[in-house]
Design a binder for this molecule. Structure first.
Ligand SMILES: [Zn+2]
Length: 148
């Protein structure tokens, strides 16, 4: 069997539901979150989805808009702090929009580029294609969001 990229391996376990959620079909942890072997450890599946499809969340938590812990649809995920998480449980009113999240991912990638990191190394790090990194370098848009 051909070697699969992390994104291809991840996509094998994603099942789109009528609700719009993409439910995780592999290991589900006792707390209800999906689990996926990524970067040499067991990671939260929805967090991996964010890393692969949007960008590195860094220190921030990846939270669900949809309250479905098995869901790995990046459109249903947003970034926040632990404090946001608590607040989110009280009210769904405050969250960061997708546009801002995408811009954050872009700024991280641009910082890597200006630091001299190769396009292929960045592509591998984010689980995206080298041509995507090339487009980012050229200032083109609308590429990080892609279906799995
Ligand atoms: Zn969802």
């Amino acid at each position: 069997m051909a070697h699969l990229t992390p994104t291809q391996r991840f996509a094998q376990y994603v099942k789109p539901m009528e609700s719009g959620c993409h439910e995780w079909q592999s290991t589900i942890r006792r707390d209800g979150y999906g689990s996926f072997w990524f970067a040499k450890r067991q990671a939260l599946a929805h967090r991996v989805a964010y890393v692969l499809l949007v960008g590195d969340p860094g220190e921030l938590r990846v939270l669900h808009r949809c309250d479905n812990r098995r869901c790995v649809n990046p459109d249903h995920l947003f970034l926040g702090t632990d404090r946001d998480n608590v607040r989110d449980m009280v009210s769904k009113g405050r969250h960061w929009g997708r546009r801002k999240v995408t811009n954050e991912a872009l700024s991280v990638i641009r910082a890597r580029l200006s630091a001299g990191v190769s396009q292929q190394a960045i592509a591998d790090e984010f689980g995206i294609q080298q041509t995507t990194v090339s487009r980012i370098k050229l200032g083109q848009r609308a590429y990080l969001k892609h279906n799995i």
